[in-house]
Design a protein around this ligand. Sequence first.
Ligand code: FES
Ligand code: FES
Length: 150
Amino acid sequence: MATIKVNGVDRQFDGDPDTPLLWFVRDQLDLTGTKYGCGTGLCGACTVHLDDVAVRGCLATVADADGKTVTTIEGLSETGDHPVQVAWRDQNVPQCGFCQAGQIMQAASLLSANPNPSEQEILDEMQGNICRCGCYQRIVTAVRQASTGA
Ligand code: FES
Ligand code: FES
């Protein structure tokens, strides 16, 4: 039995410990903001925080998260006003929206580790998050706004 604190609430899982974290949060907990894209760690749509660090939910397993803290887009801010979310709205970042939860979680993880990243550091951090709508310029602008250097 795995116990994982998800968005501040202790949750149990007694299935296969190799189950991807993505399926645990989406199918068991109904937290469907986290998206399935490629399933192979290549797109970032499934990004969540594991102990405050961005991970790919399709690669991390329930066993990896046992005893740890997971945050999904639903838990990033109770009121939806995390600085990254505010900047996303200000910059009108999303187009279709599919990649956006992953983008926001990746950006929030970056800023929690490095509150004032350079443009290159933003590009390096965000490069694994694919946006098929091509919102990349607005993503970088929004991360800059959300950083202390905006
Ligand atoms: S679905 Fe996990 S990286 Fe694409
Ligand atoms: S907004 Fe459509 S995939 Fe990024």
